[in-house]
Design a protein around this ligand. Structure first.
Ligand SMILES: *Cc1c(COP(=O)(O)O)cnc(C)c1O
Length: 438
């Protein structure tokens, strides 16, 4: 059992002041059936430490942001130096150029870009620009993709053959939800259907090019290029939400990996290296719609914050070509180790991986079905067990391996994860699977 006296006490205290004791719902560990989450005291490299003095191998990596591992010396040094020059000016700086230049060089489709403070801001703003540019209001998103918490995106498809959309959160007006149409990931037919039913009304299709918020679901070979073709044919903008995949699956993100050019791209997570940094950008003629050049208003007091910019620059500078092959190899070792161990133990675990993004699924084999490839959120809901994942999470945590505290998230490998971290993880998995069989 984990010893969590201090975390437990802190959670009681936190609940007096903070909604549910946390500042983002997944942190409560409710999704994995825990009474209280661990409270973190610090993190270094591949390790994260709780207030009770336990050390864990960290596969959350601040939800993918900490690709170099925590407290990477060059990042800390640059951020420290920046603090001495003032924490925020709300005015233009040379360093913002340095970061934007690095982003554009790696992702040339971002001919012009704007720095913002969160992925939510990036996607929300990209959609606003797309609506202004196309003079159309509706957007298409995919079931199981997450684009932050703006009203526009908190929408799910109606069940079965329903053609309407439903708000996926209280407080989202039906009028807003009705502007968002929901298609099925890896299903071009569902997209062409929505496009033809809503002719001349769709401003944009927004997609996570590698879905990372329903486990990991890679795009099938013609899915993204099909979206590109449909968008071109219908004068609809294609938005890649690369908040996870940008500088993660390749330096140039999924658009480099699959050699495709979206009209607009959203970035976050890795480009801040653990600080509040995100961006949206794309075709010059579209981005020129943004204020002060154009009629789309979008602003931010802390946008391009000097500390976040410093962290972003130092992070991107450490991401050499060699870094991506290292990430690939380490991630492959982990994936193969987990699958091999699960097979030996007779556990129905399936992984799907793109680079250092690993999706871990437990097959729900209640009717003796074969586990298919997970291609969409329907498959995730149909075939994968949250309960099994919760067990897995709990047992792994007891053995000091920290995985995402919710099923259907991405397991992230960082450059700080060592061979011994991976073998420790696999040993823990071996024990865990024995427990799960009981
Ligand atoms: C995390 C995430 C967001 C939202 O970013 P925040 O910084 O949490 O607002 C948007 N899109 C994707 C794909 C994400 O994973």
């Amino acid at each position: 059992m984990r010893t969590g006296t201090r975390s437990k006490k802190l959670f009681q205290r936190a609940q007096r002041y903070l909604v549910g004791g946390v500042n983002s719902p997944v942190r409560s560990f409710r999704g994995v059936g825990k009474d209280y989450p661990m409270f973190i005291s610090r993190a270094k490299g591949s390790k994260i430490y709780d207030v009770d003095g336990n050390q864990y191998v960290d596969y959350v990596c601040s939800w993918g942001a900490s690709i170099l591992g925590s407290a990477y010396p060059a990042v800390v040094k640059r951020v420290k130096a920046a603090t001495a020059r003032g924490l925020s000016y709300g005015a233009a700086t040379a360093q913002e150029c340095d970061l934007a230049e690095r982003i554009q060089k790696s992702m040339p489709s971002l001919e012009l870009l704007r720095l913002v403070s969160s992925g939510t801001e990036a996607t929300m703003s990209a959609v606003r620009v797309a609506r202004a540019y196309t003079r159309k209001n509706k957007i298409i998103k995919f079931d199981g993709c997450y684009h932050g918490h703006a009203d526009t995106f908190l929408v799910r498809g109606g069940s079965g053959l329903a053609t309407f959309s439903l708000a996926d959160s209280a407080g989202v007006p039906n009028s807003t939800a009705s502007e968002t149409l929901v298609a099925k990931f890896n299903d071009l037919g569902s997209v062409s259907g929505l496009l033809s039913k809503n002719k001349d009304q769709i401003a944009a299709v927004i997609v996570e090019p590698v879905a990372g918020n329903m486990g990991v679901v890679p795009p099938e070979s013609d899915f993204l290029s099909g979206l590109r073709r449909f968008c071109d044919e219908s004068e609809v903008l294609l938005i890649f939400d690369e908040v996870i995949t940008g500088f993660r699956v390749a330096r140039g993100g999924a658009q480099e990996l699959y050699n495709l050019k979206p009209d607009l791209t959203c970035l976050g997570k890795v480009i801040g290296g653990g600080m509040n940094m995100a961006a949206y950008g794309g075709r010059k003629d579209i981005m020129e719609f943004v204020s002060p050049l154009g009629p789309v208003y979008q602003a931010g007091t802390l946008a391009g914050n000097p500390l976040a910019v410093a962290s972003g620059i130092a992070t991107l500078d450490a991401l050499t070509k060699n870094a991506y092959s290292k990430l690939e190899n380490r991630s492959k070792e982990l994936e193969e180790g987990l699958v091999g161990t699960a097979n030996e133990a007779g556990i129905n675990l399936v992984t799907q991986r793109v680079g250092s993004m690993i999706g871990i699924f437990f097959f729900n084999s209640k009717d003796g079905r074969e586990m298919p490839k997970i291609r969409s959120y329907d498959d995730v809901k149909d075939f994968c067990s949250k309960e099994q994942y919760a067990k897995f999470f709990g047992e792994m945590l007891d053995q000091r391996i920290y995985l995402a505290p919710s099923a259907f998230e991405t397991t992230f490998v960082s450059l700080a994860h060592s061979e011994s971290d991976v073998s420790k993880t696999i040993r823990a998995a071996e024990k865990t699977f024995q427990q799960m069989k009981k």
